[in-house]
Write a protein of this length. Structure first.
Length: 162
């Protein structure tokens, strides 16, 4: 009993320490400049490497828009995202985002992940079209700390509006 209790306490501390941890903030200059010039910089841990590879190889039609980047920049951004992806990061956040994902055909959008759907299932359809939100992928409209890695529901504020 005396040996089991300390091990149990360490396990509880480790689990509670990882629960609710923010995502690591994206600091890479190329990622912030190139990706952030059109949309918020999404956290790599929210999609698996295969998704990021498909996204970066499809920049001629990047969700309806053509993105013109040189090969070196594409390679740098791809390396950044795949190396920190949900299946490669080794973090609790990454493991949580991998739950329920089809590894052969992973989603290309964070909003299509089981984790996103689960965390946002109670939000009424009309909320997504509010002036301050406009789209499900506009995380920063509610998660004001998203760019710093904070996606905790307790810190989210859904904008009022029509």
């Amino acid at each position: 009993m005396h040996k089991i209790f300390p091990a149990l306490m360490l396990s509880i501390i480790a689990v509670s320490a990882s629960a609710g941890q923010p995502f690591i903030e994206v600091f890479d200059r190329a990622v912030k400049k190139e990706c952030g010039s059109c949309h918020m910089v999404f956290n790599p841990e929210m999609l698996p490497a295969k998704s990021w590879e498909t996204i970066m190889k499809g920049l001629k039609n990047h969700f309806g828009k053509e993105v013109g980047l040189d090969e070196a920049t594409v390679g740098k951004i791809l390396s950044y995202f795949t190396g920190r992806s949900s299946d490669m990061s080794g973090s609790q956040n990454g493991r949580t985002f991998m739950e329920g994902i089809n590894r052969e055909e992973p989603p290309l959008r964070i909003i299509d992940t089981p984790r996103f759907k689960d965390k946002h299932q109670g939000i009424a359809a009309d909320v997504w079209s509010r002036e301050g939100i406009k789209a499900r992928n506009n995380c920063v409209s509610c998660h004001v700390g998203a760019l710093k890695g904070d996606y905790e529901a307790r810190n989210a504020k859904i904008p009022d509006g029509k």
